[in-house]
Design a protein around this ligand. Structure first.
Ligand SMILES: [Zn+2]
Length: 351
């Protein structure tokens, strides 16, 4: 038996807490302050990074060089961003649905002091897909670097650093009844399910994109195998319009996006999947849904949906207490969460 992570708590109710592993089974030992000892076998546990992971790149919309460090964090910490370039006032921003600003092109979170971070969705998707529950993300700019336009570099960095188990149970948000939001011809819905499932449909007039539909059960590393290397995409006319209005200054189709122009496709190395656009929309949904604050046990259905609509969907979910319930995952539920059992062998050859 291996002592994975002994932790001494200053908490008055707990004197000692430890996690052991034997043949893949986890075992908790908790000694309370009054001396009562409790042993729990086989419970799934939270996870964080083994060591900090550093990234450097360009912000898609600002064009500035950005430094990013994702650090391990303690149990029940969740995911937080810290703006290291903000020296006066509150620099901490929780990665949570209720601090999302409504934006069409990316997901931006902002704290009460007005400090924000943009374009967090591909990083959030990587954290969700790798099953990382606790992390502190330090960033010296208001925008997460775009890297290659997908989550691949983040996923690779996390798997290389290692993901460690922590002595606390995994909680998930179980959707209890269907919720949906509609804007024009776009819809997004969450349906009750015992696993994390995403299905998405897009419908573009550009013949190189057209209609694409894909459905995936996000378990057993499928995010890493099927979605993580799918790049952000746009149309040539959108690039010109964005740059004319001072956006997408760091957008370089040669490096970090797939650009469609009618029947033409501009993409470094060609498309990574024939249906790369719909896969990227699923990746975006995965990242935006992780702002729920915990993994979801639900079936997400998106039709022409985007960041703003997915956030509206979370707001609708949490608007009624009987729409959802926080559940402590048993072994079978945790095995159906996106990060269960991920490893480097699942990383796609084309990234
Ligand atoms: Zn995206």
């Amino acid at each position: 038996m291996r002592d994975v992570l002994p932790i001494c708590y200053s908490d008055v109710s707990c004197r000692y807490k430890a996690l052991f592993e034997k043949t893949g089974q986890s075992l908790y030992l908790t000694i309370a302050a009054n001396g009562v000892c409790r042993v729990t076998l086989g419970k799934p546990v939270q996870a964080t990074l083994k060591t900090p992971v550093h990234f450097q790149g360009t912000g898609l919309h600002t064009g500035a060089t950005v430094h990013l460090t994702i650090r391990p964090a303690s149990t029940d910490y969740g995911i937080w961003f810290k703006r290291t370039d903000v020296l006066i006032g509150d620099a901490m921003i929780p990665a949570r649905w209720d601090v999302v600003e409504q934006t069409a092109l990316c997901t931006r979170i902002k704290n009460e002091a007005g400090v924000s971070v943009s374009t967090i969705e591909h990083l959030m998707a990587a954290l969700a897909g790798c099953g990382i529950h606790n992390a502190l993300i330090e960033i010296d700019a208001p925008e997460v670097p775009i890297l290659d336009g997908s989550s691949a570099d983040f996923v690779h960095g996390f798997l290389k650093a290692g993901i460690v188990r922590q002595a606390a149970p995994v909680w998930a948000i179980k959707v209890l009844q269907p919720v949906s939001v509609t804007r024009g011809d776009a819809t997004a819905a969450l349906l009750p399910a015992d696993e994390m499932r995403i299905d998405f449909h897009i419908d573009f007039t550009d013949e190189a994109i057209g209609q694409q539909t894909k459905e995936l059960n996000l378990a057993n590393g499928s995010f890493i195998r099927e979605l993580c290397n799918s790049r952000t995409f746009c149309r040539q006319a959108d690039v010109e319009a964005m740059q004319a209005s001072g956006l997408a200054l760091g957008g370089d189709p040669a490096e970090n996006a797939v650009v469609f122009d009618g029947a033409d496709v501009q993409a470094k190395g060609g498309l990574r999947h024939a249906d790369e656009p719909v896969r990227h929309k699923m990746l975006d949904a995965m990242g935006d849904l992780y702002l729920a604050g915990a993994p979801l046990l639900a079936h997400y259905r998106g039709h022409r949906a985007g960041h703003s609509l997915t956030n509206a969907l979370l707001r609708e979910l949490f608007s009624q207490p009987d729409n959802w319930r926080l559940v402590e995952c048993g072994a079978s539920q945790a095995a159906r969460l996106p990060g269960a059992g991920v490893h480097m062998g699942e990383f796609p050859a084309v990234a």
